[in-house]
Write a protein that binds this ligand. Structure first.
Ligand SMILES: Cc1cc2nc3c(=O)[nH]c(=O)nc-3n(C[C@H](O)[C@H](O)[C@H](O)COP(=O)(O)O)c2cc1C
Length: 185
């Protein structure tokens, strides 16, 4: 089983990064092969709303999204992790999601059948405040994204009240939950 972890935080070694590593560690102990992608290290332009899509459902814009798209398609399970920025997902995460418009168009406008099997997915969020509405904003976007790309929203971990870099390390409860979440996938 190949589990792909996607980190939408620009802070390497930050809270999202640590939580995602824990989740992937949990998956590894159950025998999964894992890979982590850090969106901030990729060159992915925002969707240009060109309304075009290649015959195989891929985006016509050539950048690092192409390789990520293949990884997402190949994954047997997905863990998406993002910090809350201004009440929602980070820009890095949202830009990646918008680029899947090619797949949305392929399925729902061009009505092309996909051979993609449904896989389980989980969402990890972290924020400084304790605003449930912020987590819910991000969750509703991700549920919609997951449904589009044939991912079943199977689990979530929301960590409020965590702000400074690596402060999550002082929350063993959250780390344990991330580990267990990875294992369930
Ligand atoms: C641009 C920016 C916007 C933020 N907006 C919010 C916010 O709306 N609500 C909140 O609770 N925390 C907000 N935060 C704090 C982060 O969510 C918090 O520091 C989180 O732990 C960062 O995770 P990371 O270390 O994985 O990047 C914001 C931080 C930044 C840099």
């Amino acid at each position: 089983m190949y589990i792909l972890g996607i980190n939408g935080s620009p802070r390497i070694g930050g809270n999202t990064d640590i939580l995602l590593d824990k989740a992937l560690e949990g998956a590894k102990t159950k025998g999964a092969k894992t890979e982590k992608v850090i969106l901030n290290k990729l060159k992915i332009s925002p969707c240009q709303e060109c309304e075009k899509v290649r015959d195989d459902g891929t985006c016509i814009v050539e950048d690092d999204f192409q390789a990520l798209y293949e990884k997402v398609k190949k994954a047997d399970a997905l863990v998406l992790a993002s910090p809350i920025f201004f009440g929602s997902l980070s820009a890095q995460t949202k830009i990646m999601i918008d680029r899947f418009q090619c797949y949305w168009r392929y399925r729902y406008i061009l009505k092309k059948a996909t051979s993609q099997k449904t896989r389980p997915g989980a969402l990890i969020l972290v924020e400084a405040s304790k605003r449930g509405d912020f987590f819910n904003n991000a969750k509703s976007i991700v549920k919609n994204f997951f449904a589009t790309i044939d991912v079943d929203y199977k689990g979530e971990l929301f960590c409020p009240g965590v702000d400074t870099k690596a402060a999550i390390a002082k929350h063993p409860d959250f780390l344990q939950k991330a580990f267990e979440l990875g294992g369930t996938l």
